[in-house]
Ligand binder design. Structure first.
Ligand code: UD1
Length: 377
């Protein structure tokens, strides 16, 4: 069986690493890794390949930034050629970024079966580009790997055949468990900033809905400023947020905050080390909601909805929206020892990649001896 694995953005790299390691255990599986180049800065890409000990991609497309249509369209065009050359039996995509959708669309037009890892997640908010990517990818996938019973139910409601859906758990947690000890030993990040373990908050902010509007970004910045008067904050800055702060003239305000330590985007080991030592996180990321739930760290999500509801229902996550008063009040509660505790959702146990690849192996064994890979008409 030949599998083409498509990745492009920071969270994809974390998800694919354990899957490739498992694929290597099967002599019947040949695979290639395509990096679309959606994320291209060393700090958003190469450092993840290094930290996660990922092999260099077989193909790098160098797509780069652009509007959603440009980025997705350019990726599809380039991927079509790769797929025609490699003739895979299956294309595997992960997550919900533009590269995920482009990989699924290109494969589907060539009649190549698609496996979607992290299928069925829904925020029910179609203003999020990721929600469109998730819905469309799931509409054309053939094998669905879900992280929770809620995601499985979402797919069933959308008419996906039950036998195509596999509840396997959360592959992001495989990477977390496999690397946390190494991160704690290797990362020197916390020595670089004047913060003490369990006595700082970790902030991330990059959702277009939070950072692309100057009024919203300023409001969140003021909430961060008030919080930082009570507790130091470590703030790894996403390139999008950095650009917006500069464009909107908010950089000086951020620079004026004595207890906010802004860092460049962090590599994987530095990030999970900083996360695991934090007292709480204040953020708008997706994956971090899951990682904090497993680490038992209170997580305040600056969004009105989440595509990971089990982190709220079972885990340590609280949706605090974008109201500064609410954000400040929730942080102060945590500082007073009233942070949310939770339990680890089912199958978030570090063995998800093994389950995924076992299922792929069974699927591959059922292929005809020579599969006629599709050609463009
Ligand atoms: C993307 C994903 C988002 C994911 C996030 C993780 C989509 C729709 N969004 O959002 O789901 O949570 O990645 O980081 O796919 N830039 C750089 N260097 C880079 C990459 C980007 O400077 O290596 C800048 C570019 O100017 C770009 C901006 O950051 O315009 C945003 O990048 P983009 O990939 O469009 O979306 P993200 O906000 O990173």
């Amino acid at each position: 069986m030949k599998i083409l694995n498509v990745v492009g953005a920071r969270p994809n790299f974390v998800k694919i690493a354990p899957i490739l390691r498992q694929m290597n255990l099967y002599s019947t599986m040949q695979w290639q890794l395509v990096h679309t180049g959606q994320h291209y800065d060393d700090r958003m890409s190469q450092v993840f390949f290094d930290d996660l000990q990922l092999p260099a991609p077989d193909v790098f497309l160098g797509i780069g930034s652009g509007s959603h249509a440009e980025q997705t369209g350019r990726t599809m065009i380039a991927l079509e050629e790769v797929m025609q050359d490699y003739q895979p039996d299956l294309v595997l995509v992960v997550g919900d970024v533009n590269s995920t959708l482009a990989g699924a669309l290109a494969a589907s037009k060539l009649h190549i079966p698609i496996a979607h890892v992290e299928a069925g997640l829904r925020s029910w908010d179609r203003t999020m580009p990721e929600e469109i990517n998730r819905i469309c990818t799931d509409a054309i996938s053939d094998l669905f790997f879900t992280t929770s019973a809620i995601a499985t139910d979402n797919l069933l409601r959308e008419g996906i055949a039950p036998e195509a859906i596999h509840f396997v758990g959360n592959v992001m947690i495989d990477s977390l468990k496999a690397n946390l000890e190494r991160a704690r030993h290797q990362s020197t990040l916390l020595e670089t900033y004047p913060v003490q373990p369990q006595q700082y908050g970790l902030v991330t902010l990059h959702r277009p809905g939070n950072v692309d509007d100057p009024v919203m970004l300023e409001r969140l910045l003021e909430a961060i400023a008030t919080v930082s008067e009570r507790v130091p904050l470590l703030f790894p800055m996403h390139p999008r947020t950095q650009q917006r702060l500069e464009t909107f003239g908010l950089q000086a305000r951020l620079d004026s905050l004595d207890q906010v330590w802004v860092t460049p985007p962090l590599g994987y080991l530095d990030f999970i080390c900083a996360l695991s030592s934090a007292q709480f996180t204040l953020m708008d990321s997706s994956g971090v909601q899951e990682e904090t739930t497993v680490l038992g760290i209170p997580c305040l999500t600056m969004r009105d909805n989440t595509d990971r509801p089990e982190t709220v229902i079972e885990g340590t996550n609280t949706l605090v929206g974008q109201d500064p008063d609410r954000i400040i009040q929730e942080v102060f509660q945590i500082l007073e020892g009233q942070g949310k505790t939770g339990r680890v959702p089912d199958l978030w146990d570090g063995n998800t990649a093994e389950r995924i690849v076992d299922i792929l192996a069974v699927w591959g064994a059922a292929l005809p001896a020579t599969t006629p890979c599709s050609t463009v008409v």
